[in-house]
Design a protein around this ligand. Structure first.
Ligand code: AMP
Ligand code: ZN
Length: 142
């Protein structure tokens, strides 16, 4: 994709602080980190949505993301890490080249995900589960 900022990073046309690269994925520091060391892991192939990334590449993203999370803990004294992926603008995706965030976390880092918790009414969860399963296809990539 000629006007994609992450494709340009992979091609070396825009600078990045690279942490890892192989034939499938590229990992680099997020330019505006939640905590210092915040990493992005991206497929080398351009995919807007994670749903079209081939399984081998998606698996590699998860493998490298978790390994980098461990490296962040060991190297920078973090306690944990979050993996985060926004798929679609309404979910907060700003750069439309799919990417996995690896966010290093400390017990006292003063960052809270804004995570609310609703409650299902009687029967609502079963109705909803049936609707979803009627549309669920494992083999589909869209
Ligand atoms: P998202 O909101 O999930 O699409 O996240 C996009 C992320 O890309 C943000 O955290 C940005 O800080 C990061 N970002 C945007 N441009 C660059 C860049 N040139 N180098 C590194 N990270 C970037
Ligand atoms: Zn791209």
């Amino acid at each position: 994709m000629s006007n994609c900022i992450f494709c340009k990073i992979i091609a070396g046309e825009i600078p990045s602080m690279k942490l890892y690269e192989d034939e499938l994925v590229y990992a680099f520091l997020d330019i505006a980190p939640i905590n210092f060391g915040h990493v992005l892991v991206i497929p080398k192939e351009h995919h807007e949505s994670a749903s079209t990334i081939p399984e081998a590449t998606a698996g590699r993203m998860m493998k490298i993301g978790t390994r980098l999370g461990i490296a962040l803990k060991r190297a920078l004294d973090y306690d944990a890490y979050n993996l985060h992926l926004a798929d679609g603008k309404a979910a907060g995706q700003v750069v439309m080249h799919a990417h996995l965030h690896v966010v290093p976390r400390g017990v006292d880092d003063d960052f809270r995900w804004n995570w609310r918790q609703k409650q299902y009414a009687d029967g609502q969860a079963a109705d909803l589960a049936e609707k979803v399963m009627n549309k669920f296809k494992v083999s589909e990539q869209e």
